[in-house]
Design a protein around this ligand. Sequence first.
Ligand SMILES: [Zn+2]
Length: 439
Amino acid sequence: MEREPRTSLPVPARQTAPVAVSVPALDRVLALQRSAGNAAVTRLLARSPLADQVKAAPDKGAVFALLRKQGGPVTDADTISAVQALYAQGTDDRWLADQLVTYGPEPLWPATALADRSRRSTAGKWAPEPGNISAVIAPPDKDPDDANAKPVVAYFFPGQSERRALIIGGVHGSEPQGVEVVESLRGELEKACAAGKPPYFTVILIPALNARTRGKSRYVPRDPKESAKQTLDQGIEPNRSFPAPGEDYADARARVAAGKPELVYTPPPGQKMPAATGHETSKMLPETRALIALIERFSPERIASVHAHGISAGDAKVGDDPGIFVDPATDDAAAGEQLGKRMLAEGKAHAGQLPTGRKDPFRGNVGDSVTYDPNAPHARGYSLGSWAPAPTKTRKGISTVTVEVPQYGGDAAATQQVENLDRDILLNIFLGPNPKQNP
Ligand SMILES: [Zn+2]
């Protein structure tokens, strides 16, 4: 976002007698200062192009769009008074404008404000709104690594209920199918919301989390100047850059303040430390920081992360083939398991529409199991699926679904069809719409 430049005139010191100046604008300032005092002068000098745009906006939709476009809280006093002059206190319009001034666009709002928004929009029956409200999610702390990352862009869609879900793609840049599924879902949600048929869940989408690796690599370069081969051999595995289960962002930061590594890995009881792969990190990526900040603010009850997976030769491998897998919230495991099973059932019910000769897109769900193989080897470091489901002192556990879209090589038609299938599972089951079907 770019703020528009503001013309700044020198502010004269308080004066007892007028001074001769040749600048007409400054004459007006001084005349006003004599008649109205310094506060009015300060306001006049602070007049911003944004305030003028707000006053000239043709309707409230244009005003809200202008405020959202700032990409963050609005601090310019002139714009704030222009907005407040437009809408009477106590109205929904004034409330929405005040939230946009305070927090910026909806992806930056705390969960309490979004819950209030949901109650107001359904109670007051707001006109259908297409959603698709974007914002860049910044990491909470400045870090030298930030310069190497691309912005994390999130999109908000209002739901029929206060319940909140987060869907991300592009954790791994080598899995473009995941990004395509979430982008396609973004288009479908915009159409549905504009038509007055929003999903049951209020949702934020992040189509391409680690955008700097998109179309390039699974791993994140340690140094932007390293070769593709070096990244392949020793790049950071982005899905092993989360704090330990039970830890908040602040807990990991507290370790840094105490002179310790930000991330630590402790094998589960009875297990040895896994062999190093070269892809470990002791520090969160900037994109991971931004994602965690969003999760802690937005407080979703469920997360879906859309990846892509090759198809194994020979027998299907439990949890290591295309399919739908869930890490249930550890404080509500039954609901998480049920969500995964319903998504799988929906997928299987429609998989017959895929081209013949394509292997089962859910072949990793051996025996309709939606859990990972508990004996599978683990890399060092915690994934989103191990961090999010564990409750912390500030939030509940979050059931985390991993969708592994099958990789059909160069078969564009089959790829399109299976991506649409996974998109529709997310739209129809993960996001609702029927609350009775959303335990
Ligand atoms: Zn992946």
